[in-house]
Design a protein around this ligand. Sequence first.
Ligand SMILES: *[C@@H]1O[C@H](CO)[C@@H](O)[C@H](O)[C@H]1NC(C)=O
Length: 251
Amino acid sequence: EMFPQALFPTLLCVVLVPLHAAQNCPINVYFIIDTSESVALQTVPIQSLVDQIKRFIPMFIDKLESELYQNQVYITWQFGGLHYSDVVEIYSPLTSSKDIYLPRLSAIKYLGRGTFTDCAISNMTQQIQTQMANGVNFAVVITDGHVTGSPCGGMKMQAERARDMGIKLFAVAPSEKVYEQGLREIANLPHELYRNNYAITQRDTLEIDVNTIDRIIQAMMLLIKGSPESIFIARVPLPPPLPYHHTPLQG
Ligand SMILES: *[C@@H]1O[C@H](CO)[C@@H](O)[C@H](O)[C@H]1NC(C)=O
């Protein structure tokens, strides 16, 4: 087994499940894409790495399947996203519709300029809060880990704030050119799960790293289903019906 169960002490989707009614458990995946100069100018032609990120994400969400788990819980997926440099552009609120999401993703153009990853993480946290996203919240942060400034308190602090809100952050490098320490500040622990050499492209090429997609989704599914405390294992019977109590109409 890839990850021991002891790594998942967190209760993720808290709903009481009556025996005969399946509950919805939406899983939200929010992509945070660094389109600053350090990413966009890494490759020639400019933007080709950004274009690969824009291919990676549709392949990722194509592999997310809704399912009825143990006849009790509907796992459904929603996606949202922003991209950023020293400014933030929200390209899509959380939606379950690929028809809405994909054209918005594909319209992204690189922003260039500086890199304020702390502000981008802070903005994501706010998006998830204001959209009152119930269920399980994952953020996939795609950046090389370099920043040019930290006007929002630093990415370590903003990542901790997001974690305090229950958001689980994965860190994914666009290519092998990374500042690993930065990615480790963003990612949740354990890093075997949240920052396991994940990359958009394979080493020395611009080919999509499909293995990263599979490994992150596998990690997400383990987090959702693998926890002993997870709702997906708890079977909570309905309380017995109250005795019928007739209240005469007044008046
Ligand atoms: C998030 O970004 C949007 C778009 O740039 C901006 O309007 C909003 O004020 C930002 N929110 C935070 C908390 O930074």
